[in-house]
Ligand binder design. Structure first.
Ligand SMILES: Cc1ncc(COP(=O)(O)O)c(C=O)c1O
Length: 418
């Protein structure tokens, strides 16, 4: 065994020993759920901590261990857990009936809030998730252009349902993120749309190279294809969406996570002429169904969440994230563990640096990432196994200092990746 394998093994033992109740919860989960989970990303070894409750920035697991929450359900809880205003909004909504087969004023309030924030959005269509939003945007793009092919980044992520869930989906062309030439080569008149994130989210929180997205938008339009920007993660980083910061005007924008305030939601927004393709008033319209589309409780939670996420809150989050990235880099140097935090707004990802190169592939140096994850859990900080973290407005300055300290401890325990 190498040093890092040994460190990882001993961290797994220490982790398991402190968590008998989580171990029992995992055994029960395996009885009823394949692999003991119902969402691939929530699994990690030796077994996941069973989180029972979350309040503000604190999570509590089945063994009574508390963690500072830096996962925030993968960027959806921008105000932390159980924010009183969001709880109140949900309770008031469900007390009046949870969802109806009808349009509800709260859906309209949320659509209006979104359209007022994001300049390129004239009309909004709600779904139950970001994945469904991606799928709907693909259908709109295909209907609008009469073409089938879709271009995405090889390292990009637009959700867990077709046409984007698997690497071998038909009519989906994958090109390396940030590579103008590869995109230009793939962009033929068979292409219905180019789907891109402003930064690779699940792909390691890697911002696009300067000018790449504006050039991609232009190149797509040049061949009559749509430009679809996936702001499912990125919307939180700028008061008018990351597209405003980058000077983009996408035809369609994908949203989810923060627009539901912690409840299940997704949305496609965009130019009226395109969005109208789904209008039931239109002969031969693109039918878009879903029992819970625009769920009133999710819309109420999302509205409360967005209204609290003003320019000041966003500036605070982004500033804290920048300071955190710098502080963790300094801790890594002190600990002799070569590592960097990549960052986009208030979303960050720790990566090992090996032979002078940042390794962003989460599958490489898996023992290092796994060890660091368990070491951080041991120091009371809840992060994702792949190293992504994100900030919520529930975190205090004292919490941020504790986070830096925890990274220092964890990096000292784990050391360099190779
Ligand atoms: C950029 C991006 N697009 C789409 C999705 C899919 O959203 P959901 O998990 O709500 O289906 C995600 C989820 O992480 C995402 O990060």
């Amino acid at each position: 065994m190498t040093d890092i394998d040994e460190t990882y093994a001993s961290l797994r033992d220490a982790y398991a020993e402190r968590r008998p109740a989580s171990r029992a919860a995992y055994a029960r989960a395996r009885r009823w759920l394949p692999g003991g989970e119902t969402r691939s990303v929530t699994h990690y070894g030796p077994f996941p901590a069973a989180i029972l409750r979350g309040h503000a920035a604190t999570l509590t697991d089945a063994d009574g261990i508390e963690y500072l929450d830096l996962v925030n359900n993968y960027t959806s809880l921008v105000h932390g857990n159980a924010h009183p205003r969001i709880v109140e909004a949900v309770q008031s909504a469900v007390a009046e009936g949870s969802a109806f087969a009808a349009v509800h004023p709260t859906q309209l309030d949320l659509a209006e809030e979104i359209a007022e924030r994001v300049e390129s959005i004239e009309l909004v269509r709600f779904t139950n998730s970001g994945s469904e939003a991606s799928a709907l945007a693909a259908r709109i793009a295909r209907q609008a252009t009469g073409r089938r092919a879709l271009i995405v980044a090889s390292e990009g992520y637009h959700g867990g349902v077709p046409p984007f869930s698997d690497a071998d989906e038909p009519d989906v062309i994958r090109v390396p993120f940030g590579d103008d030439a590869a995109l230009a080569e793939a962009l033929t008149t068979d292409v219905a749309a180019v789907f891109l994130e402003p930064f690779l989210g699940a792909g390691g929180v890697i911002p696009a190279p300067d000018g790449y997205l504006a050039a991609a938008q232009l190149a797509a339009h040049r061949v009559g294809a749509l430009f679809v920007l996936d702001e499912v993660q990125a919307l939180r980083n700028h008061p008018h969406g990351t597209q405003a910061a980058l000077g983009l005007s996408p035809d369609l924008t994908l949203m989810a996570k923060i627009i539901g305030g912690g409840l299940a939601i997704g949305a496609v927004g965009g130019r009226a002429g395109l969005m109208e393709l789904t209008a039931a008033t239109r002969p031969g319209h693109l039918s878009h169904a879903g029992t819970f589309n625009g769920h009133v409780a999710a819309a109420a939670a999302g509205l409360a969440s967005l209204r609290m996420l003003d320019a000041q809150a966003i500036a605070l989050l982004n500033g804290r994230a920048e300071a955190l990235a710098d502080a963790v880099a300094a801790e890594a140097t002190t600990a002799g563990a070569d590592a960097v935090m990549t960052r986009a707004g208030s979303i960050l990802n720790l990566h090992p640096v090996v032979d002078g190169a940042t390794v962003t592939d989460a599958g490489a140096h898996a023992a290092w990432r796994g060890a660091l994850h368990l070491a951080l859990m041991g120091s009371g900080v809840y992060t994702t196994p792949r190293g992504m973290i994100n900030l919520s407005t529930a975190l205090t300055d004292a919490d941020m200092a504790r986070v830096v300290e925890a990274y220092g401890e964890a990096l000292a325990k784990v050391g360099p990746a190779a």
